[in-house]
Design a protein around this ligand. Structure first.
Ligand SMILES: N[C@@H](CCC(=O)N[C@@H](CS)C(=O)NCC(=O)O)C(=O)O
Length: 217
């Protein structure tokens, strides 16, 4: 595998950023991590805006080819450097992986963000019941995807698992109760043996402690 220098602009508190890094770890492609400290607003530095005018992390620079959006990064790395199973070429198997990825990007992660962002940045100290219900509704669907499946898109770990792990561990480290979702609990036990899982968890713990600090106990 010729990789020269693949840089990942990253901040471990960010779930999407951890999702891209976890995909790289599971694929087994070496990346050089460049920290962009969002707390210090480093994403707005001129040097980073030149690389990504949208100034978001994660951003990947593969020897001059720049791409952002965590799930697009994961799919790119999997296609270029991964084994087939992590992002299958078979159209229907790939379509299921894509469905799970879009589920994460348009349902699961936005619902986690809707709970946590106002707590981190807007002085909110309590989680509204409506937001709790909406997130539990997405978790219920995830639990159904895992019914009879070892991984979220079937028999093999894919980039859908890595994206969803990064989203889910963030809210678990806030203390979310998943005792009603037995398939998710079983799947998380399997995820724990993936390369990069502990590294992801460390970032999720930092995220969780920031949220918990601001939450009314
Ligand atoms: N949909 C994007 C979300 C990326 C995103 O929102 N990144 C945030 C951190 S979680 C960020 O970089 N914020 C700084 C900014 O946009 O200026 C992805 O999955 O990569």
């Amino acid at each position: 595998m010729s990789t020269s220098t693949i840089k990942l602009y990253h901040f471990s508190v960010s779930s999407p950023s951890r999702g891209a890094l976890l995909a790289a770890r599971v694929i087994g492609v070496p990346v050089e991590i460049v920290i962009i400290d969002l707390m210090k607003k480093e994403q707005l530095n001129e040097s980073f805006i030149k690389i990504n005018p949208q100034h978001c992390i994660p951003t990947l620079d593969d020897n001059g080819f720049v791409i952002w959006e965590s799930r697009a990064i994961a799919c790119y790395l999997a296609d270029k450097y991964g084994k087939d199973a992590i992002y299958p070429k078979d159209l229907q198997r790939r379509a299921v992986v894509n469905q799970r990825l879009y589920f994460d990007s348009s349902f699961l992660y936005p619902r986690i963000r809707a709970i946590c962002y106002p707590i981190i940045f807007e002085g909110v100290t309590e989680i509204k019941d409506k937001l709790k219900d909406e997130l539990n509704n997405s978790l219920d669907f995830l639990n159904q995807f895992l019914d009879g499946n070892k991984w979220v898109a079937g028999d093999h770990v894919t980039v859908a698992d890595t994206a969803i792990i990064a989203s889910l561990t963030s809210i678990l480290e806030v203390g979310w109760d998943i005792s009603n979702f037995s398939n998710i609990q079983r799947w998380l036990k399997d995820c724990a043996s993936l390369p990069g899982y502990e590294e992801n968890l460390e970032g999720a713990k930092s995220f969780g402690s920031i949220v918990k600090k601001n939450l009314k106990q």
